[in-house]
Write a protein that binds this ligand. Structure first.
Ligand SMILES: [Zn+2]
Length: 410
């Protein structure tokens, strides 16, 4: 029976979308996926102008200093890990519930003040109903997250806002409605970031997408919505067909949103780095980062590593100068991870060290000349939420009366 409903659903959606004008007039927030559509080509949403000549980039004029309340925290991949750090406070999602933890407190507090609440239904301000898998962001006094809300024949990607004390919770907008796919094989995953008044995001429909369905429902495009008018979405850039959305890493810095577009080429996968200039409303093509493993941005400088030479740390700015090898890390310590973390204090690389008792993981911090400043152990089997200038923060069970797993930086 469920199959019949699904098929009916697909047919209805196909009919709706084959009527081109009607589809075009639809607001992006009303988009529905028809991912099993079998005929016709999907129209690719139009992005903003892409400037490839660095001489034609328009210089930014606004304040580029980091604003804690409204700038994306580059120490935490907010739309990817279920935590955010603001000052001395960590917000995190554990077991579909939001917790808050102050640095000087031993335990975390659930974001619900209702007496006798079991924290397992919609009326609980800490409880997230849907299959939550896509990050948490503190922005200007509130917390934001995406609730993958599962309905009978569809999944709604609901963008949600909660006051930081949990007293008020609202749906900001629906990013997309995923229909017609076998939901068991659909993740509907979304990556997003909040920065200076805007939500930037991209999502894919999950497994089973084909050339005909790749851009359906606005999937596989980078969008933004103003937090003042979240019903309207503007397309920044559609990705090249077949791009793995999971490799499009957003980093915001001042007036720019950086992102990578990994493309499969004959020799492997290469990533082009772009940045959206929020002042000129143009996408600037910065540089080919080759077989990129990871990158970080500090004060508009790009720090990155490649899969081919994991020990080499490169630096460039994508405009005036050629990328240079900043330093080569010591490979005799162990096996280097792909990730690179960087901020004004230094660059952190992660190693696996095989030992008789098993593999030990350490993080080594380097200065910008490649001198090792120190190293710290990484707690076993824990997800790193992020770091700040003092600590690395790791996944925790807030119901345990233990110190939050934070490890001092060297
Ligand atoms: Zn509750």
């Amino acid at each position: 029976m469920k199959k019949i409903i699904l098929i009916l659903c697909c047919i209805l959606c196909c009919c709706a979308c084959s009527n081109g004008n009607q589809a075009k007039e639809e607001k992006s927030s009303d988009f529905k996926s028809v991912a099993k559509k079998e005929v016709g080509n999907t129209e690719i949403p139009k992005g903003v102008e892409i400037v490839t000549d660095a001489a034609k980039f328009i210089a930014v004029k606004e304040d580029q200093e980091y604003q804690e309340q409204t700038d994306a925290n580059n120490h935490v991949q907010e739309g990817a890990v279920n935590a955010d750090i603001v000052g001395d406070t960590l917000y995190c999602i554990h077991d579909n519930r939001i917790f808050v933890k102050k640095q000087n407190e031993n335990t975390a507090t659930i974001l619900c003040s209702k007496p006798d609440c079991l924290h397992n239904e919609a009326s609980c301000t800490a409880y997230i109903e849907g299959a939550h898998n896509a990050g948490l962001d503190y922005y200007d006094g509130a917390l934001y997250y995406v609730d993958d809300f599962d309905q009978e024949d569809s999944i709604e990607l609901r963008f949600m806002k909660s006051s930081s004390d949990g007293s008020v919770r609202d749906q900001v907008c629906i990013l997309g409605t995923i229909m017609g796919l076998d939901k068991e094989h659909t993740c509907g995953s979304v990556s997003w970031i909040l920065h200076r008044g805007y939500l930037y995001y991209i999502y894919e429909l999950g497994n089973g997408v084909t050339e005909d369905t790749y851009y359906n429902n606005g999937s596989n495009c980078i969008w933004r919505r103003s937090l003042d008018d979240p019903e309207e979405a503007e397309c920044i850039m559609p990705l090249t067909f077949g791009t793995n959305k999971g490799l499009v890493k957003f980093v915001a810095d001042g007036s720019y949103l950086y992102f990578t577009q990994p493309e499969v080429r004959v020799q492997g996968r290469e990533s082009m780095l772009y940045r959206y200039n929020t002042e000129s409303d143009q996408v600037e093509e910065l540089m080919n980062l080759g077989m990129l493993s990871d990158y970080a941005i500090v004060n508009h400088e790009i720090y990155y590593k490649t899969l081919e030479e994991p020990e080499k740390v490169y630096r460039g700015d994508g405009t005036s100068k050629e990328p240079e090898i900043l330093f080569s890390a010591d490979q005799s310590i162990g096996i280097l991870y792909n990730d690179i973390l960087a901020d004004e204090k230094g660059i952190v690389l992660t190693y696996d060290i095989p030992e008789e008792s098993g593999v030990r993981t350490i993080r080594c911090e380097y200065d910008f000349s490649g001198n090792k400043i120190g190293e710290i152990e990484r707690p076993e089997d824990m997800i790193c939420y992020g770091f700040d200038d003092r600590y690395f923060y790791y996944d925790m069970d807030p119901t345990q009366k233990e110190q939050l797993y934070c490890v001092n930086r060297p």
